[in-house]
Design a protein around this ligand. Structure first.
Ligand code: CA
Length: 163
């Protein structure tokens, strides 16, 4: 699916049955990492037994995590503000920045992974990233180029230059 221009964030909903390593990857889409503030919002793991509660990804520790700028945040965006996608604030999720790779060891104990993937609204210039979700080395999800809306604001004080 190709996503360009003023594209919205995307719902990710993939099966992770028998997945050992879940990898959440954000690439810079080939044009550098400037403004690439990216969120995995409202991220949850579904249990193998459907009557059990979903696990918030924030309650599950990664085994490794990298980001191209600053430090990866839990339930905040990369600039330590509220995670906001398309005007909606999310209480939980991961705030990171291209290029980023976050790896979880699931040990096959979950059946599904879901979240909303998008560029955070705090990005004042056009950012562009590609979100990928891998099961070990198998690609489960990928969007094409994803770009933020430019924030129209007469007050330039909100402009954030990341790189
Ligand atoms: Ca980019």
């Amino acid at each position: 699916m190709k996503v360009t221009g003023n594209s919205k964030s995307q719902q990710v909903d993939v099966s992770v049955k028998s997945v050992n390593e879940l990898k959440l990857i954000i690439e810079n889409a080939g044009d550098g990492i400037s403004c690439d503030h990216a969120d995995w919002a409202d991220a949850k793991l579904s249990p193998c037994l459907s009557d059990n509660e979903k696990t918030n990804l924030m309650d599950f520790n990664w085994i490794s995590a990298t980001t191209g700028w600053k430090t990866i945040q839990k339930s905040k965006n990369i600039d330590n503000n509220q995670i906001t996608l398309d005007g909606k604030v999310y209480a939980t999720g991961i705030g990171t920045h291209a290029n980023s790779e976050i790896v979880y060891n699931l040990n096959g104990q979950f059946s599904g992974f879901e979240c909303v993937a998008g560029l955070d609204d705090e990005t004042s210039e056009f950012g562009s990233v590609i979100f990928k979700v891998y099961d070990d080395d198998k690609l489960l999800f990928q969007n094409d180029k994803l770009m933020t809306k430019k924030i129209h604001n007469s007050d330039n004080s909100r402009n954030i230059i990341t790189i």
